[in-house]
Each structure stands twice: as C-alpha cells, then as structure tokens.
Design a binder for this molecule. Structure first.
Ligand SMILES: [Zn+2]
Length: 154
C-alpha cells in the first residue's frame, strides 16, 4: 500500500497547485492518458481503464455520477494504470474488494488529497470539518472522512 502512496506523490511532484484541487486532466495529460466521459454506460458501471491497440491508455467514465464521485473514479483508474494493475474490465458500483481495488483507492485518496496539502489545511489552517475538507479538495464527504482518519487517526 506504501507503493500506491509513493506513486501518487511521484505523479504530483513538479505539479503546480493553484489551490487544493488536483487537476486530474493535467495529471492524465502528463501521463499520456486520455479521459473520455460518456452517459452511455449502464448505471452500475462507474468507469474503466483500457489500453487501445495503438498503445494509448483510455479511461472511460460514466458522466452520470456526481462530480466528486466522478473525480474519485478518474483518480482510481489512473491508479490502476500507474500501478500497472492488469485491469481492463468495467467497474461495478459495488467493486470487488481485491488488493488492487484497495490500492487504487489509496492512490486516488493520495492524489486527490495530497498529504502535504491535507496537513496544511488540517493542522495549519485548522480546517477540520469533513464537509469543509471535502469542498476544498472537491471530493465526497466519505472520501474526506477516510482521509481524515488515515492521517489524524480520528
Ligand atoms: Zn478499480
């Protein structure tokens, strides 16, 4: 799981933040990944990552998700690619709890709420409410809750 965090931090290196929001499109462009949004996927499919026969990684995401969930899905799929998971299948709304899924979630959490940014917000600026943190990083309350407990143990 340490690998997932390090991989996310590596990707964020040399990346300039305007605010607290990770620009996933900039990260994807830097990594050579194409993001494609569509409303044509079944409701229970959130997203997928697949390698085209021309060697380009494409992330297909269901645009019917709420914005914060969509961001997490994209970050999660970037994780599968960056972490070299063998992965080409669609994601269901209730994903299988495999180590690769957990690792991709940890990666997404680190990418969307980078540890230095999170600590700055939480400890220096004393923004500790989960809903406020969620707004700063443009993530769901649930994702913010998980990150808070990871970093502060609360
Ligand atoms: Zn996954």
């Amino acid at each position: 799981m340490k690998t997932a965090r390090l991989a996310a931090r590596q990707l964020l290196k040399n990346y300039s933040f305007i605010d607290y929001v990770t620009n996933l499109y900039a990260i994807a462009a830097k990594t050579g990944i194409v993001i494609y949004k569509t409303d044509k996927l079944p409701d229970n499919v959130l997203g997928s990552a697949r390698l085209t026969n021309t060697g380009i990684w494409v992330i297909v995401v269901n645009s019917n998700q709420i914005f914060t969930r969509l961001r997490f899905t994209i970050a999660h799929e970037i994780g599968h690619i960056v972490l070299n998971h063998s992965h080409s299948e669609y994601h269901l709304a209730t994903p299988h709890n495999t180590w690769q899924e957990r690792e991709a979630n940890i990666f997404a959490s680190e990418l969307l709420m980078p540890v230095t940014k999170f600590k700055d917000l939480y400890f220096n600026r004393h923004i500790t409410d989960d809903l406020d943190i969620a707004k700063y990083f443009k993530v769901s309350k649930q994702a913010a809750d998980i990150r808070i407990s990871e970093i502060t143990g609360k």
